[in-house]
Write a protein that binds this ligand. Sequence first.
Ligand code: F6R
Length: 256
Amino acid sequence: MVIKQWQVNPSLRVAVIDDSQEYAQFAADCVCRVLQAKPAAVLGLATGSSPIGLYKELIARYKSGRIDFSQVRTFNLDEYVGLPPEHPQSYRYFMEENLFRHVNVKPENIHIPSGTNTDLSKEAENYAQLLATYGPVDLQVLGLGGNGHIGFNEPGTPFSSRTHVVQLAESTIEANSRFFTSKEQVPRQAVTMGVADIMAAREIMLLASGEQKEQAIKAALEGEVTPQVPASVLQTHNNVTVILDPAAAALLDCIK
Ligand code: F6R
């Protein structure tokens, strides 16, 4: 495995990995390490393209008896408003298809906000309460929006935010329209864990690949810490691993 790793500062490690299989293995190693130390760990999970390879690798390791989810509890970052669990683009459906139905995580230990609750602020409040009850999250998996969002915390979201209902940014609707038949079908709102909920995790793993993420990665890791770039808050966390491919890492100075 040829992996380049930098301990940028005591709180931040960056790994740059070209091969997608090795990338997934490296990310899965982080999850395995956490579960070995604490079999009843709480995992914070993301949807989207970025974690798909990781989830495939976790499924393979589960099937070969190398990882056990029987005591694990999971919290997903977000869900689209208006999409029921059986909708193929709902994040509940994504998680079932890409991870949960292939491993032995107990259904009652899975938490994903509901996007169809008629009282969405109550839904957000209940989710924040569940996080308070079962948290903190031991390992939070994050993808990164091209506009710097984490979860669906769009630019401008206060760092103090807890689980809440958001209006999706135009650029997010545009980016996510690739999963829908047309842009019009992309929901305009979502329920998302807040920035403060994400930052409460003991450890954070940020996954990003592709040239379309290079600016956001640069701003997040080396730019000003500002709510205008939600992921920049990660510079103030004490245990972050960023896993990139060379394209997403292209603008970083800290690894040169
Ligand atoms: C997904 C989420 C989002 C995505 C981000 C990147 O649950 O919260 O922040 O991680 O939009 O998406 P991909 O990985 O599809 O590029």
